[in-house]
Design a protein around this ligand. Structure first.
Ligand code: GLN
Length: 194
């Protein structure tokens, strides 16, 4: 099994470690060019700074190849924090991020505000066959304002949705790679491989 981590900017190392923690024989490719996408069974969009990633995606000519991998080849994709920002729709266009708009979700960047910029909290993950509480690490996280019909809400911080599943995309506003009790999320991601 080969996983590609979009490696333009952001927390690539910790995603690699997390993948290997749950699947020790996984091959990890750091995706910087279109060729790096060849043969990947899984794609990871890490957290980081979405404006920077958005810009670098264009500079490295990765925008269309990534769109194709996700929407046409339907490669199972895990998007976290800035990653979910890039795949969703933004409530307000600040001119700095060009999101793909693939996910049927509307987001506000840095939506938890200054008081709660970064925090850790219990998150309930609910899949049809499994429900589990995991540690959610939120770092200047985006806030999900609206979940459309195409996306299913699968992670909750109290009543608030902090993760969705839409076809081959599992997208979270927190960082599952930063806690060691998030296996349920990786299990789901691996199960999406056709
Ligand atoms: N606030 C960042 C953004 O909108 C996301 C932060 C993160 O990925 N940890 O790009």
């Amino acid at each position: 099994m080969r996983a590609g981590i979009v490696a333009l900017q952001g927390d690539v190392d910790l995603h690699e470690k997390a993948l290997k923690r749950y699947k020790s024989d996984i091959e990890v490719v750091r995706v910087k060019t279109e060729e790096d996408l060849n043969g990947v069974d899984i794609l990871i969009f890490p957290g980081g700074e979405s404006p920077t990633m958005s810009r670098l995606m264009d500079r490295f000519n990765l925008r269309e190849p990534l769109r194709k991998k996700i929407t046409e080849d339907k490669v199972p994709t895990l998007a976290t924090c800035a990653g979910i920002v890039l795949l969703s729709n933004l409530k307000e266009d600040d001119g700095r991020v060009k999101p793909f708009g693939i996910l049927d979700v509307v987001l506000v960047r840095n939506g938890f505000g200054r008081q709660r910029e970064s925090f850790e909290s219990e998150v309930t993950v609910k899949f049809e066959d499994k429900e589990q509480v995991v540690t959610g690490v939120f770092i200047r996280a985006p806030r999900i304002e609206k979940v459309g019909d195409k996306a299913e809400s699968i992670a909750f911080l109290g009543e608030e949705v902090v993760g969705v599943l839409q076809d081959n995309i599992l997208a979270l506003t927190f960082h599952p790679e930063l806690s060691d009790d998030t296996e349920v999320i990786y299990e789901k991601l691996f199960s999406l491989i056709g």
